[in-house]
Write a protein that binds this ligand. Sequence first.
Ligand SMILES: C[C@](O)(CO)[C@H](O)COP(=O)(O)OP(=O)(O)OC[C@H]1O[C@@H](n2ccc(N)nc2=O)[C@H](O)[C@@H]1O
Ligand SMILES: Nc1ncnc2c1ncn2[C@@H]1O[C@H](COP(=O)(O)OP(=O)(O)OP(=O)(O)O)[C@@H](O)[C@H]1O
Length: 283
Amino acid sequence: MNTATLSLPAPAKLNLFLHVTGQRDDGYHTLQTLFQFLDYGDTLHFSSRSDGKIALLSNLPGVDAEDNLIVRAARLLKEASGTPLGADIKLDKVLPMGGGIGGGSSDAATTLLGLNHLWQTGLSIDQLAELGIRLGADVPVFVRGHAAWAEGVGEQLTPVELEEPWFLVVAPDCPVSTAEIFSDERLTRNSSPITLAAFVAGGGRNDCLPVVTTRYTEIRNTLILLNKYCEAKMTGTGSCLFGAFPNEREADKVRARLPATLRSFVARGCNVSPLHRELQKQA
Ligand SMILES: C[C@](O)(CO)[C@H](O)COP(=O)(O)OP(=O)(O)OC[C@H]1O[C@@H](n2ccc(N)nc2=O)[C@H](O)[C@@H]1O
Ligand SMILES: Nc1ncnc2c1ncn2[C@@H]1O[C@H](COP(=O)(O)OP(=O)(O)OP(=O)(O)O)[C@@H](O)[C@H]1O
């Protein structure tokens, strides 16, 4: 039944800053943010099926298969392309969930690009990004695969070239629901827009941070701890915190000083997504 297989990365992202600039009539918030990828993430394995079934062979605790963004992405692509093919999909989950590093969105984007390749459905990146936005605000940047300045709800993307430092990412054992933070009445929703130059000169903050640290003591305490060693920032709506370092050794040194009970990893910032680098090799 299997006709072809493909294994691809689903990397994490960081929001290097995040300003909430307004709220649309549909409730979604308009943002300004800067996305960069990490060379660290989940891995997905795809096998084509001739009987048209979409089967996720790995269980993600707390998420029904039908709600999994991988299955939703596969169904969306199958419907949009009209392919008679299906797929068996396995997920090696590495990224903390509810961490603000975009694990679910990245899994969805890898599924869209992976199956588009495997099924030879021939959709363009623009078409895949349009499908992606239906699954989540963060999916298009993973589909396009380049570090980007983002506006709108995160879908108006301008590719940028940034420095590629090493990051120490710390994941408090404390998943945060994005919807919960965006619905908190204390959230700042009227930040003034800034420019990329202003960010590079040291501007920009994460508007969600005050709400998150008020709601989660564990994240507040982890932020205080990480700030002893570097300028600690939060990605997305949390819970992950990060600091930038000029090389891997410096990042590892700080990591070694953190409590062993605190989940953390060191990864390189990437302007080109590891997914796209891998797909280029397959082309
Ligand atoms: C915070 C970021 O991670 C920054 O990159 C993203 O904007 C969130 O993207 P995401 O996780 O893909 O979020 P979605 O799954 O689209 O949205 C989850 C929920 O968060 C709220 N939400 C999300 C994004 C946004 N710009 N405004 C919102 O108000 C909405 O209530 C939505 O129902
Ligand atoms: N493949 C998937 N991987 C992770 N979460 C998934 C997946 N499919 C569905 N979900 C659901 O999405 C929720 C958010 O997961 P995710 O790990 O993407 O959060 P996040 O990193 O905070 O995302 P973002 O930064 O995009 O807000 C999970 O709690 C889970 O219920």
